[in-house]
Design a protein around this ligand. Structure first.
Ligand code: B16
Ligand code: MG
Length: 218
């Protein structure tokens, strides 16, 4: 592998927890059952598609205008939570700071790296965490027409890195993201809930394990 494409929410940072909290607030208000199992189905899925999945558990039929307002309300709650994020929200099972350490080591050996996220809030999150300097390309929900499991976000990231998909490793926490990467012909490492997804190339307990992947120049 020549390059790495990282998912953002749930891989580089713990903002997946804030997505959960914001959707939970909306679901509770609408008296729709919502738990972590339902939330796991929303990982990597766009905001509007996430709302549709939640509303499947409601007997009420919402108009397009009502759905738009609900999605906007969720995003406002989410962005409010994002105001407080710091480097403590960088994700790693092994403890605070390790992702920065792993990113620094990968950056030091000049491995091209990109972010491939469905989130339209990517620019705010990257700025708050101060991790933009590690990446040669950032592709997010603002730049794509088709959300994961469509491979568009990763294909665009590979193009920006001037790499073939088969030479890039995608790191994902979501089933939808793993499917997107496999659909695009990428190598895939699964972390968190995606660790046990079928057909992944590498199950990861922490991002620091990327440094030990066979074939890596480090
Ligand atoms: P936003 P990722 C995804 O980010 C999240 O996993 C998913 O829960 C969210 O619905 C989606 O971004 C859209 O996010 O509402 O901020 O545009 O995992 O692809 O980095
Ligand atoms: Mg994710």
């Amino acid at each position: 592998m020549n390059a790495i494409i990282f998912d953002l929410d749930g891989v580089l940072c713990h903002t997946d927890e804030y997505h959960y909290m914001a959707w939970k607030a909306i679901a509770d208000e609408l008296h729709i059952p919502f738990n972590r199992e339902v939330n796991n189905q929303l990982r990597g899925v766009s905001r509007m598609e996430s709302l549709e999945l939640i509303l499947r558990n409601s007997p009420v039929c919402y108009s397009e205008q009502e759905k738009f307002l609900l999605a906007e309300k969720k995003n406002n709650i989410y962005r409010e939570l994002l105001q407080n994020i710091t480097s403590k929200d960088l994700a790693d099972g092994d403890g605070l700071g390790l992702p920065i350490c792993a990113l620094e080591k990968l950056h030091a050996v000049h491995i091209p790296m990109a972010i491939g996220s469905s989130s339209k809030n990517t620019p705010l999150i990257v700025e708050k965490l101060g991790i933009g300097k590690f990446f040669d390309a950032i592709v997010d929900g603002n730049q794509i027409s088709h959300s994961k499991p469509d491979p568009e976000v990763f294909l665009l990231a590979a193009e920006k890195l001037h790499q073939k998909p088969s030479d890039c490793l995608v790191v994902e926490d979501a089933e939808a993201g793993v499917k997107a990467a496999l659909n695009g012909g990428f190598l895939v490492a699964g972390i968190g809930p995606a660790k046990d997804c079928p057909n992944i190339n590498y199950p990861l307990l922490s991002l620091s394990e990327l440094l030990a992947i066979e074939g890596h120049p480090a």
